[in-house]
Design a protein around this ligand. Sequence first.
Ligand code: 8Y4
Length: 297
Amino acid sequence: MRTETVFQVKGTRHCLGARTWVMGVLNVTPDSFFDGGRYFDSFRAAEHGLRLAAEGADIIDIGGESSRPGSDPISAEEEIRRVVPVVSSMRAQTRILISVDTTKYETARAALDAGADIINDISSFGMDPRLLTLAAESGAGFILMHMRGVPKTMQASPRYGDVRAEVRAFLAEKLEIAAAYGIAAECLAVDPGIGFGKRLEDNCALIRNLASIAELGRPVVVGVSRKSMIGKILDVPPEERLEGSIAAAIVSLTRGAHILRVHDVQSTCRAVRVADAILAEPADRAIPETREAGHAR
Ligand code: 8Y4
């Protein structure tokens, strides 16, 4: 069951727990697996982002570097060229929260200057420790994600003793490091990193046990949309993974996720609204004596 938690972003406190948030993916890569690079052009990318906002997204996650298994890194200059114009253009047209999917200080810095709100660093400052001071100074939100190794090599031969314990301990340690650098705890969110160096059984175990990650006291982000775990279960290509992705999203929110990172915003938002409505416990119907202290629902 999901707990109530505050996510503080650039000075604004957002209450998570009553309603599930949806983070829409906006890829600005030439190889973006589904868009085929159609949105590489920044004007059209911003238009696509605005559409995701209109479809109900709470956050738009803009990424210029492919983090798919086996992908090659790009320079900060190239990443900035792809990402920053889209951030600026979106910022000029909407107040929606914008996150930037980057592991690089220069890109995060330029994106925050252009109006981004959240740093989504899949390496949890493993690629660039300067992101720690940037997060502390900017007050931006920061998503800490579990990943073993780097995208190029992470699927080599993943083996875990207890994947749930390892991921939780990893995130707990990153939270401690962030605190030591002066990042407010309320600015941090945590993510088990579904598909990043994990087998199907690991991904399933992590989603089933999101509650243990939620116990860290921070908002839980889950990204499972169109990933290979859906493909492995259903034996279908990425463009046929909508139903599986929605099923995984709904299970995730019942198990503790606060924010779902998805490609199919409108469909997922509709499914999430129904799930949230069913799970919501109206305050006036709850019996005070039997209500568990500290739990939202
Ligand atoms: C098909 C579709 C195959 C998608 C692979 C993929 C996460 C993330 C990514 C996540 C957070 C992806 C940037 C991988 N996944 N950020 N980013 N959490 N916080 N692969 O799970 O979508 S990219």
